[in-house]
Design a protein around this ligand. Structure first.
Ligand code: DX5
Ligand code: ZN
Length: 221
C-alpha cells in the first residue's frame, strides 16, 4: 500500500514560504497541504488564493487545498486558476454539498469532503459517489500542533468499511506523528497530513522518512 505524505504549510515559517515548499518537496513530500481559514468557520485566519497562486510556480508536486471557510464556492474559481490539484470542503459548511463538489470537479480539480471530529460519518458517506477523497479531521480544525483525538482511529476504520470504495483516498489531518501513523494506516487512511511533525523538525527529510518507516513497520508487525 502506498501512503502519501502531505506536509501542512500551517506549521511552516510564513516569512519564507516558497523556501519551505521547496524544502519539503526535496525531502520527499507527495503533496503540499494548504490550510485556508477565514476566521469564521474556524477561529484562525491564514491565507487565500493570491498566496496560493504565488506559491504554485515553486511547487512540482500537487497542491492540496483544505478549505475551512463558510463560503467555499466563492474561492473555487481563483483556486482553480492558481492550479490546485485537490480541494476538500467541509460538509458542515456546505448547504448544497453536491453542488459544491460538482463545481470543484467541473474545474478539473479532484473533490474531497472534510468532516470534523464530532460530525457523524454519514455526512461523508453520502458524498462518496461525488468525491475522490474524504478528509477526516483528527483534531478540531484551526490550529497546528494539537494532539490527535484517539477516537479518530475507529472513525477511519468504520468509514473505510462503510464506504465500500477501494479506490477512495482517506486523508487524515491533525496530530499525525510516527506514534499514531501506523494505527491510522491500519485503520484505512491512505494520505497523512502532518504539519508540526514535519515543519517542526530540524531535518524535514528525516521526519518524512521516519513517518514512512513507522507505517512500514506497522504493516510488517
Ligand atoms: C488544522 C489543519 C491541519 C494542521 C495539522 O486545522 O487542518 O492541516 O495544519 O497540523 P498538525 O500536524 O501539527 O496537527
Ligand atoms: Zn488541513
Amino acid at each position: 500500500m502506498t501512503i502519501r505524505i502531505a506536509p501542512s504549510l500551517l506549521s511552516a515559517d510564513f516569512s519564507r514560504l516558497a523556501g519551505e515548499v521547496r524544502d519539503v518537496q526535496a525531502a520527499g513530500a507527495d503533496l503540499i497541504h494548504l490550510d485556508i481559514m477565514d476566521g469564521c468557520f474556524v477561529p484562525n485566519l491564514t491565507f487565500g488564493p493570491p498566496l496560493v497562486a504565488s506559491l504554485a510556480p515553486h511547487c512540482e508536486i500537487p497542491l492540496d487545498a483544505h478549505l475551512m471557510v463558510v463560503d467555499p464556492d466563492a474561492l473555487l474559481p481563483a483556486l482553480a486558476a492558481a492550479g490546485v490539484a485537490r480541494i476538500a470542503v467541509h460538509a458542515e459548511a456546505c448547504t448544497h454539498l453536491h453542488r459544491t463538489l460538482s463545481a470543484i470537479r467541473s474545474h478539473g480539480i479532484s473533490p474531497g469532503v472534510a468532516i470534523n471530529p464530532a460530525t457523524p460519518l454519514v455526512f461523508a458517506l453520502e458524498a462518496v459517489p461525488w468525491v475522490d477523497f474524504i478528509l477526516v479531521m483528527s483534531v478540531n480544525p484551526g490550529f497546528g500542533g494539537q494532539e490527535l483525538i484517539e477516537e479518530s482511529v475507529s472513525r477511519i476504520e468504520r468509514l473505510r468499511a462503510a464506504a465500500r470504495a477501494p479506490g477512495l483516498d482517506i486523508t487524515v489531518d491533525g496530530g499525525v506523528t510516527c506514534m499514531v501513523a501506523p494505527s491510522l494506516v491500519a485503520a484505512g487512511a491512505t494520505t497523512l497530513v502532518a504539519g508540526s511533525a514535519i515543519f517542526g523538525a530540524h531535518d524535514r527529510g528525516r521526519a518524512i522518512a521516519e513517518l514512512r518507516e513507522s507505517v512500514r513497520q506497522g504493516e510488517d508487525a
